[in-house]
Design a binder for this molecule. Sequence first.
Ligand code: ADE
Length: 244
Amino acid sequence: MRLDVFSIFPEYLAALDLSLVGKAAKSGLLDVRVHDLRDWTHDRHRTVDDTPSGGGAGMVMKPEPWGEALDAVAPVDGPAQPRLIVPTPAGRPFSQELAYELAAEPWLAFACGRYEGIDARVAEYAGERMRVDEVSIGDYVLNGGEVAVLVMVEAVARLLPGVIGNPESLAEESHSGDGLLEYPVYTKPTSWRGHDVPDVLLSGNHALIAQWRHDQAVRRTAERRPDLLAAWGGVVAGKDDAAA
Ligand code: ADE
């Protein structure tokens, strides 16, 4: 998968060289290209922002550098176009489902906005030749899209075949498969500072362990994310399980 990231703080994306994503890049599974948006400015101050049309506080990212950047990296008459993701608190929510969808794309581009955001015509213009999604990673406001891109790239990259050593670990985690939060996990020692690993996990009875884990997942989801339990469709059984 190819990833292009546009930012006025390319150093922020240095974390993409680390850990699992960095390894995926080194092994050739990911082709990561980080671009400094200011490379597509032409004035002495390398200006990327201007005052908002209609007035108001803050600054807005000018469309011209964005247009040139997109045209340089994904030429209008190129053989393929990326799917463009624009992180913004005003976007559609990022989710595990969207991560799976993006993991199936051959080419993603991320446009990191700063200030009050990017002139809306940039998304309109890009949308004439590529799929554009404005995406939010949560109901809070960050100073720019860079951290959101790190979040999304990590969530997507770990789903690519060959990136995670044991793909079975993807199936049982929160927000995948059954739609429940993951059950609590334990390791050795069996007793630690007065806290014990639940007996059932030491029983060797795999059916009982599976049932216990499911019950714990339902209980946790009911307590922490009742909205997920409702979506799960197991509302009645879930509530009964949790109360048991
Ligand atoms: N940029 C600023 N806040 C953001 C958020 N919550 N999600 C995505 N991009 C953002």
